[in-house]
Structure formats: C-alpha cells, structure tokens
Design a protein around this ligand. Structure first.
Ligand code: FES
Ligand SMILES: [Fe+2]
Length: 455
C-alpha cells in the first residue's frame, strides 16, 4: 500500500527563505479574503513517478480505461451551446461525446455514435433540430429519445421504445459543463466540492469566453500539463520574469480533488541574490525595455500600484467588483487544478487551461488556453475554439503570455525525448514547490493503479 498524504504545519515546515505568501498578504492595502489566508500544505509521499507513465502506450491504454472513461471532466462552457439544439463534440483520447442543449436549461451528453452501424453522429459543432445520422438517416430527438429510422419494416428486431441514445452524466459549475463517461459516476458535487468552495469568491460564470486556442503538443499530455503546475522552473525557463515573480515563494495547497499554486507577482524571486529597486521590479513586471521610462509608483508599494492600475483598466467591464478585490487578487497568479486536467485561475487572472491526450497517440497531446473576461450589458458570444498550426507560436495569439508559453513549449518535446532516452526509471520531484505535480501523480496512481503513486 502507498503511504498516505500527511498534513504539514505551515509554521514549521521547510520552505524557501524570503517572504512567505502570507507575509506578502500582510502588506495588502485591502482586506484579504479568507480563501487566500487559507493554507493546506501536504506532504505527499515520495512517490517514485515511473518514466513509463509518459513513454508507453500500455500506460496510456490504462489511463483510457481507468481514468478517462471514469472521471468527471470539463467538456465545454455553457455559453458554447447557448441555444436549444446547439451541440459540441468533445473528444478525449480515442473517445468522442456529443454535448447537446436539449431544451432551455437542460444539457445532455451521449457517446457520439449512431446505434445503427456506429457512425459518429456529428463530426462538427453546430445547431440542429434533431440528431440524425448522415450514413442511413437514423434519427434521435435532442434529448436522445428515438425519433425515426428509414424503412422501419426492415428492422422488426429493434424495439423503438427502447432505442434511445445512452445518456452519460452531465453537471455544470461556474459556467463550465462537465461530463462523465461512466454512467454510474460518483456525484459531481462531491468531486468539485473543494474547488467550488474556493471559487465562491470568484464567480467564473459571470465571465465570458473571450478567446479559446488549442495546439497539438509533441509530448505526452502530462508533460504539457506539468509544465504549468509549478513555478520552480521559472528561474531557468523564464529568467526574464524572475525580477517580478516570487517563484519559489509560491504557496502550494493540496486538497482532495484540487490543488493550487499561488505565485506572487510584483515581488522579486528569492533566487535573485542582489537587492532590486521598485523600478527594477516594475520594469520586469511591465515588460519594459531598458531605455523605456518606468512609471513612478508615487509612494505606493509596487504591488499596490500595479493592483490599482489593474483595477482601473478593468473597472469599465467589471464595475465595482474591482474595489472589492484586494491587491493580491488583482496581481497574483492563482493557479488551481481540478484533477485530472482542468486548470481555472482565480480572481481576474482569466486563464483556463486544459490538457488532453491527442487521440491515442501517447506522445502527443492537446493544450488549450481559454481567456475569460468580464463584460458589461449583454453577454458577448463565446469565442469558438481555434487551432494553432502545429508549429505556431502562442505569442502570435497571446502576446506577453504567449511568449512565456513558448518558452514552456520549447522544453516539452525535449522532456519527451529525454524520458525516452533516460536510464532512470523514475522522476525526482521536490517536496513543496512541486507538490502539485506530486499530487497529480498520487491521484493518477489511485485511479490508474489503485494506489497513490507507484512504490
Ligand atoms: S450508421 Fe447511422 S444510420 Fe446507419
Ligand atoms: Fe512556465
């Protein structure tokens, strides 16, 4: 049996020198919400993550059977299918599902397969009045009830009263639609409980999907995902932001099905061994060139000044909410993960990531980045998911954020190649900074191998 996860005492555990995240919060100019004051450090046993989790088709096949066919997973936003008849195709590994707005306020999901000879019912997202198979014309109502089939006299063996599409469980949270391929799935409310409790403060249903891009990545889905689950890599991978990011001062909290890494912004990394001025920090934070003038924070601490700037730029769209948010909520990186692959950021960070296997190719994956945004008045149309070319840079669509992604992406195929070449059988993860990666593997071990990690 694998060892259990243990609670750590935040006051006595081993951690980075420099300010803790909680000490930074003490400097906030606004009341800090309880959700940021909460700490949940865990000692996840020294799980020896086997390299074969990334390199073998056999492990991928196990993930499909024991994880993807069983787990609650983010399929789309409710706003992707706003009108009755709107449907979206959600694919995971080699599986495909159809998520349909069956009637006002009702979303249903079905395996994307005709019950006649199995053709995929819909290959494209769209709006329809029925679900009719393009091969021979079998048809179902939007709610999955059988509708008709051509030349019914030739199918006396089909009991059309029992020929509805099989339904799979659907749930919604904060404007996101989740499905579970397992018709006997455990309740969603329990699964999402910890994440939902945290996001009471930040209602993502009030935001709209401003952009949604996807790209095929030349690596296992976990390599892509784990590149976004710790800030420990910032010093080597993103050295240009080190002067304004408290990378290893991140606070890492682990719960049952979710974990978070809060990485403070507008504060220098403890790995920098020289004294930085406020100007240095702001120059880095604002991505200014060496000859560009740096704004004077007018006696304010840089974090408070940046937070105020951010409030003013969001005020038109978000209204008075910006005044309720503390400085930390305006500037820090509140990176949450719901097992296995859903990553919404808290407050106004706006980012949502999702990572999936690319079909059944265990050496490639799909990375998506969604930006959510506040809006005034009528809800704007949700952006459709657009594909980047396989070698297209994220910076072509996401500017500064995209340039940071491109540095992460640069590593990914090299991590895959290194894992294929290594003589080592396992990875070695740090205890605190990489606790989210540890937790992901602990959970994966529970789901796929029936134990936390692989001992
Ligand atoms: S496979 Fe769908 S109608 Fe024949
Ligand atoms: Fe990164």
């Amino acid at each position: 049996m694998a060892e259990a996860i243990q609670d750590l005492n935040p006051d006595t555990m081993t951690r980075s020198p420099g300010l803790t995240y909680q000490q930074l919060l003490d400097q906030d100019t606004r009341p800090v919400p309880a959700v940021l004051r909460e700490q949940s450090p865990k000692l996840i046993p020294d799980v020896a993550v086997p390299v074969e989790r990334y390199t073998t088709k056999a492990y991928h096949d196990l993930e499909v059977e024991r994880l993807w066919k069983k787990v609650w997973q983010f399929a789309c936003r409710e706003e992707d299918i706003p009108e009755v008849g709107d449907h979206i195709r959600y694919d995971i590994a080699g599986l495909s599902f159809l998520v349909v707005r069956a009637e006002k306020g009702v979303i249903k999901a079905f395996p994307n397969a005709c019950l006649h000879r199995g053709r995929m019912l819909k290959e494209f997202d769209g709006r329809a009045t029925e679900l009719r198979c393009p091969f021979h014309g079998f048809a179902w109502e939007l709610d999955g009830c059988f509708k008709d089939l051509p030349a019914q006299w030739d199918f006396p063996h089909i009991n059309t009263k029992k020929f509805d599409l099989p339904e799979i469980p659907v749930a919604t949270w904060a404007g996101f639609v989740f499905i579970n391929p397992d018709q006997n799935a455990a309740p969603f409310d329990d699964f999402i409980a910890d994440l939902a409790r945290h996001f009471k403060r930040w209602d993502l249903s009030k935001l709209y999907k401003m952009t949604h891009y996807a790209r095929v990545m030349p690596c296992n889905w976990k390599i892509a995902q784990e590149a976004f689950c710790e800030a420990y890599h910032v010093n080597a991978t993103h050295p240009q932001i080190l002067e304004s990011l408290g990378d290893i001062n991140s606070q890492v909290d682990v719960y049952e099905n979710c974990a978070r890494v809060i990485t403070p912004s507008v504060t220098p990394s403890p790995l920098i061994d020289r004294q930085l001025s406020d100007e240095d920090v702001l120059r880095s934070m604002m991505d200014l060139g060496v000859n560009e003038p740096v704004p004077n924070p007018q006696g304010k601490m840089p974090r408070a000044w940046m937070a105020q700037n951010s409030r003013e730029s969001l005020r038109a769209a978000a209204g008075s909410l910006v005044d309720e948010y503390c400085d930390a909520e305006m500037v820090d990186n509140l990176d949450y993960t719901l097992f296995p692959n859903f990553h919404p950021w808290g407050a106004f960070n706006r980012v949502v990531y999702r990572f999936r296997p690319n079909g059944n190719d265990h050496r490639s994956s799909i990375m998506e980045c969604i930006l959510l945004a506040p809006f005034e008045g009528e809800r704007p149309h949700a952006a459709k998911m657009l594909w980047l070319e396989p070698d297209q840079k994220w910076s072509t669509v996401y500017g500064f954020l995209g340039r940071v992604f491109d540095q992460d992406v640069f590593n990914m195929p090299k991590v895959q190649a290194g894992l294929e070449a290594t003589y080592s059988k396992t990875l070695y993860l740090s205890r605190y900074n990489e606790a989210k990666v540890r937790w992901l593997h602990f959970k994966l071990g529970e789901w796929v191998e029936g134990q936390g990690g692989s001992q």
